[in-house]
Ligand binder design. Structure first.
Ligand SMILES: [Zn+2]
Ligand SMILES: [Zn+2]
Length: 152
């Protein structure tokens, strides 16, 4: 079933395109997370997250996914076919869905990272070289700290 984009919606998918997601723009926050868990499950220097209030989500896949609990209350869902990360839910913040920015394919070309998170866990060989805010500790993780407008 084809899915149609709306002017204010954002779309993304896994690598093999079996799973896709979409959400309305408006309250997303975008952060680079440098924590050891994000580095470990992604194999990358850090993970860039787009956090969206669940009320703005248009489509979230529920079938043909693998789920792993990778950090306390965080459950990460990936495509069962190609293993691409599709979304993550923090059970402490069930109203928020976290999407990997790299999986987004349309509607967010002007994305701007708003902060670095968990900087005290960053890779020792990586130097942050921009001037956006840095949050040192993961302890009081708030997935939508920089949202500019409230949803619902
Ligand atoms: Zn896939
Ligand atoms: Zn992280």
């Amino acid at each position: 079933m084809p899915f149609t984009m709306q002017a204010s919606s954002v779309g993304g998918s896994c690598f093999c395109k079996m799973s896709y997601f979409s959400f309305f723009r408006g309250s997303e926050s975008i952060i680079n997370c440098h924590c050891k868990a994000c580095r470990g499950v992604s194999g990358a220097t850090f993970s860039t997250w787009v956090s969206v209030n669940r009320t703005r989500v248009l489509h979230l896949p529920t079938d043909h996914l693998n789920a792993i609990r990778f950090k306390e209350s965080l459950v990460r869902y990936s495509c069962a076919m190609c293993s691409s990360h599709i979304y993550t839910i923090d059970q402490k913040h069930p109203e928020t869905i976290g999407f990997p920015l790299g999986a987004i394919t349309s509607g967010l070309d002007d994305a701007a990272v708003q902060a670095h998170y968990c900087v005290d866990e960053k890779a020792p060989w990586h130097t942050i070289s921009d001037n956006i805010p840095q949050v040192t500790s993961c302890a009081d993780f708030d997935p939508l700290p920089f949202a500019t407008s409230s949803s619902n």
